[in-house]
Design a protein around this ligand. Sequence first.
Ligand SMILES: Nc1ncnc2c1ncn2[C@@H]1O[C@H](COP(=O)(O)OP(=O)(O)OP(=O)(O)O)[C@@H](O)[C@H]1O
Ligand SMILES: [Mg+2]
Length: 334
Amino acid sequence: MKGLKGLLEENPSLKVFIYAGKGGLGKTTLSAATSTKLSSMGKKTLVFSTDPQASLSDVFEQNVFGKGEVKLAENLYVMEIDADKKINEYVNAIKKKIIDMYRLDSLPKDIEEYIDSAAAEPAMYESAVYDAMVDVVSEGKYDYYVFDMPPFGHGIRMIAIADVISKWVEKITELRRQAYEYGRVAASMKRQKLTYEDEILNELEYIRGRILKFRDILLNTKTTAFMMVMTPEKMTILDTERALEMFNSLGLKLTGIVVNQVYPPDLAKRADAPAYLRRRVEEQKKYIAEIVEKFGKYIIAVVPMLNREPKGMETLKLVAEELWSPSKKIEEYL
Ligand SMILES: Nc1ncnc2c1ncn2[C@@H]1O[C@H](COP(=O)(O)OP(=O)(O)OP(=O)(O)O)[C@@H](O)[C@H]1O
Ligand SMILES: [Mg+2]
């Protein structure tokens, strides 16, 4: 196992680390640990999350939710986006744009209802997340970006529809351009209308640019490490298999897997080890063997189950060291 250290040595142009996976396995913990490690090496690092439960605040034991970029330590910055607030701002901006474009006094009721119901879609939440990701990476202020992703919904699938949307926008843009050309003769009579259509065209191109940028962040294996978190459990193995199939169909390459919450096997070997613990460890071993067989080439690190919650810098450093340069090979957990 090469650890994050080996991964970075092999891929020195990596800038973005994305931790994805099912809920509750350790995405937030590993994101926090990764950013702690990278910043301790003197690299300016941003760790970013959109979890409405403010879990980075919990892990770092400091309330940073919805406060923008907050400096936690030398070179370590955290940003915990309030996605609901962002969606609200976005919705209001859309409403205002429509009112301005069409010079309305107020938004017709049915359009307002339509926009409000679209805003309640989970896709809207995901889109706000990705928008914010694109924003921070585009700004380029940091050496490293660590993204603590929301548990998989259909989020990652967005890169599949990116193609469709992109083609669609291209087509509309082209049609509008043609209409613009033809309409130019009559433009003096309809100048205002064309200006509005121009604005719509700009808006569409902007949206397309954002989608492509997001896709590039996700698919660029030179700069992005797309990581999955697993634990030695049946459900996680099934879930990861499904996720890998989905990634394949999307052209998304998984960079690595971190196996988290693994009981130290020596514990069960002790004479005074309770049967309960022995049983747990035996079960985990069975699943670790399955993980090695199925996903062996992806495994980058194994992080043991700590005897306390990994919260606060000091404990996070323990996780970070295992991630960075694993003290044991995965076979030693078998
Ligand atoms: N190696 C570990 N040892 C002990 N506890 C751990 C370890 N990794 C994670 N935990 C604990 O497991 C729980 C889930 O971890 P975490 O919050 O990082 O998962 P998550 O994938 O971000 O979850 P969610 O999908 O809900 O955001 C937390 O209480 C965390 O403290
Ligand atoms: Mg989390």
